[in-house]
Design a protein around this ligand. Structure first.
Ligand code: CDT
Length: 302
C-alpha cells in the first residue's frame, strides 16, 4: 500500500509587529513537531510569514512591501528550508511574493512547495483573489485585490517523492474548478492554506455557518475528485479580527480524518492511504469512463 503522512501546521495569530525571524522560528518549531509525529509533507497557512495585512488600507508603498518576499528562500526564511532538509520533510508555505513580469513589478499571493532536500519544487499563485481594491461600505475590509494580482501559473501539480501534489490558497478552496483542475492535472494530494475571518459585515447573521462553509467545499472537493486534502488555517484573534481554525486533513471519501482542536499553533497529522484514491475511483469516479467533457464546455466558456 502507498502512504504519505501529511501534516497541517496551523498557526495562531501573527501580530503586525512580529518580525520574520520570530515567525520563522515558530514555523520551524511546528515543522519539527510534524516530523517528530512521522509526517513527510506539511502545509502552512496562506501568508504564513506575516499578519493578514489585507484587512487594512495601507497607502505607504514601502510599508506594503514589508509584507512581501522578493525571493524565497531568503536570509530570513532559509532556516525553514534548512529544517526541511535536516528533518527530511517537505512543506508548502504561503507568502506575499514580489516578482518581475513583462517588465514590471508584480505582487502575488503565493505558495511555494519545498522538497525534503530543502529545494523549491515549484510555486502556485492564488487564482481566486477575493475582496476589493478599496474599502466598500457594509462589507468587511478585505483588500486582497488591492495587494495581489490574480495568479498566472495555472494550477500546477508537482511530484513529491512519487506523489502528485497540487496547491491552493484560501478562497480557491470554495471553487469546484480548483479541485477539478488539480485532479485533471493528476493531483493525488491538495495542500491548501487559508486566512478566513469569522465575522463578515456583509452577512453578520451567518457567522454560525463559517466553519461549515470552510469544511463543506474541502470535503466535497476531496470526494468529487478523489483527492486527499490538507487545509491549514491561520487562526485565532489576530489584530482584533477573529480568524477561524478548523485545519484538517480530508480523505478522498470526503471524511475529515484529522482536525485541529485549537485556534493556536497546532500540528494535525494523518497517515494518508493513497490507495484509497483508486478505491474511490472504482466506486463512482472512473473519470475517463464516465465524465462528459464535451457537454461541459460552457464551464470554460462563461
Ligand atoms: N484569504 C481569503 O481568501 N479569505 C477569504 C475571505 C474573503 S472575505 C471577503 C475566504 O474565502 O476565506
Amino acid at each position: 500500500a502507498r502512504h504519505l503522512t501529511l501534516a497541517a501546521c496551523q498557526t495562531g495569530p501573527i501580530a503586525r509587529s512580529a518580525g520574520r525571524r520570530e515567525i520563522v522560528d515558530r514555523l520551524v518549531h511546528l515543522l519539527e513537531e510534524a516530523a517528530s509525529q512521522g509526517a513527510s509533507l506539511a502545509v502552512f497557512p496562506e501568508l504564513a510569514l506575516t499578519t493578514f495585512f489585507p484587512r487594512w488600507l495601507i497607502e505607504d508603498e514601502a510599508e506594503i512591501d514589508g509584507f512581501y518576499e522578493d525571493a524565497f528562500p531568503n536570509a530570513a526564511t532559509r532556516p525553514l528550508t534548512e529544517a526541511a532538509r535536516k528533518l527530511r520533510i517537505g512543506f508548502a508555505l504561503g507568502y506575499g511574493e514580489i516578482a518581475q513580469g513583462d517588465g514590471r513589478r508584480r505582487r502575488y499571493n503565493t505558495m511555494a512547495l519545498v522538497g525534503d532536500d530543502g529545494e523549491v519544487l515549484g510555486r502556485y499563485r492564488k487564482m481566486h483573489v477575493p475582496g476589493s481594491e478599496e474599502p466598500e461600505e457594509g462589507t468587511t475590509v478585505h483588500l486582497e485585490r488591492r495587494y495581489f494580482e490574480p495568479g498566472d501559473l495555472g494550477f500546477p501539480v508537482f511530484d513529491y517523492r512519487g506523489t502528485r501534489v497540487g496547491l491552493a490558497l484560501c478562497n480557491d478552496r470554495r471553487w469546484p474548478e480548483t479541485y477539478r483542475m488539480l485532479m485533471l492535472g493528476g493531483a493525488e494530494v491538495a495542500l491548501i492554506g487559508y486566512n478566513t475571518p469569522l465575522l463578515l459585515d456583509e452577512a453578520p447573521a451567518l457567522a454560525h455557518l463559517r466553519m461549515f462553509h470552510n469544511h463543506l467545499p474541502m470535503q466535497a472537493g476531496a470526494y468529487q475528485n478523489t483527492l486527499w486534502v490538507a487545509g491549514c488555517a491561520k487562526a485565532g484573534l489576530e489584530e482584533g479580527q477573529a480568524l477561524i481554525g478548523g485545519s484538517c486533513i480530508v480523505a478522498p471519501t470526503g471524511e475529515i480524518a484529522a482536525q485541529a482542536m485549537s485556534v493556536g499553533d497546532e500540528v494535525v497529522v494523518h497517515r494518508a492511504d493513497l490507495d484509497l484514491i483508486d478505491t474511490c475511483r472504482r466506486v463512482n469516479f472512473d473519470f475517463d469512463r464516465y465524465r462528459r467533457p464535451a457537454a461541459y464546455r460552457m464551464i470554460s466558456e462563461r
